[in-house]
Design a protein around this ligand. Structure first.
Ligand code: HEC
Length: 206
């Protein structure tokens, strides 16, 4: 995937995020809701009724006076934390080569994808990961030498898995996609991405 494709994929993600925020305002203005429903249509994996329906965290984060220190924020995060599904110990780290392919791929969940397109993680849209890949976004922190810097303890494995499964369980209005929680990536795909970040043999940790 080249950097142009990645930027387009990323813009689509922003558009979808933007649309769901618009939908929230649509609850305030019925005319605007009607305009959205008439002007847009579902296509492929993009089902508007799914994207325009906000879950409690999306609603909370769409309010104009969000306070991420509030009790409500704490409650939403602890609920999200409880819902994270972890693999068995010893089964966190998959194939880093496959993980690199998934991190590179921005495919899936776009208007022009078919229903059976295999979703990618599009991690490079926001993170530096391998040193060799120069086309990356900087919305998120660099993940280069992720394991080398943090170590490979059970705590690091559990935290990283949880963060990929549902970033909003750790930072309520995080912009990072909820890969496990929303079923964007499978458990196997998440293990392979864990391999990219946390296998001592992965070039990320050279
Ligand atoms: C839309 C942008 C975006 C995408 C795409 C994205 N992330 Fe993130 N990520 C962030 C941001 C922003 C943060 C830091 C703030 C936060 O926690 O939300 C972050 C934080 C993280 C952290 C925690 C780092 C630390 O030091 O605690 C990990 C691990 C991570 N991302 C992994 C991934 C992986 C793996 C993927 C792909 C499967 C991915 N991210 C895709 C935006 C993104």
């Amino acid at each position: 995937m080249n950097s142009l494709e990645r930027s387009i994929g990323f813009c689509m993600a922003c558009l979808i995020l933007g649309l769901s925020r618009l939908a929230f305002s649509a609850e305030l203005s019925p005319q605007f809701g009607e305009l959205l429903e008439n002007g847009l249509r579902s296509k492929g994996p993009v089902q508007l009724e799914v994207f325009l329906k906000l879950d409690p965290i999306q609603k909370f984060c769409s309010e104009s006076n969000v306070n991420i220190q509030s009790d409500k924020a704490g409650l939403l995060m602890s609920e999200a934390l409880e819902q994270i599904q972890y693999p068995n110990d010893g089964d966190y780290v998959g194939d880093w080569k496959e993980g690199e392919r998934i991190a590179q791929s921005g495919k899936g969940l776009r208007f022009n994808d078919s229903d059976d397109t295999k979703n990618g993680g599009n991690c490079y849209a926001c993170h530096q990961i391998r040193k060799e890949e120069l086309a990356y976004g900087t919305l998120g922190p660099s993940l280069y030498q992720y394991g080398k810097l943090r170590g490979y303890s059970r705590e690091v494995l559990r935290y990283t898995w949880g963060k990929i499964f549902n970033p909003q369980a750790f930072l309520v209005c995080s912009n990072m996609p909820r890969y496990g929680h929303k079923g964007i990536l499978t458990m196997k795909q998440m293990r392979d991405i864990m391999g990219l970040l946390l296998d001592p043999e992965s070039p990320v940790n050279e």
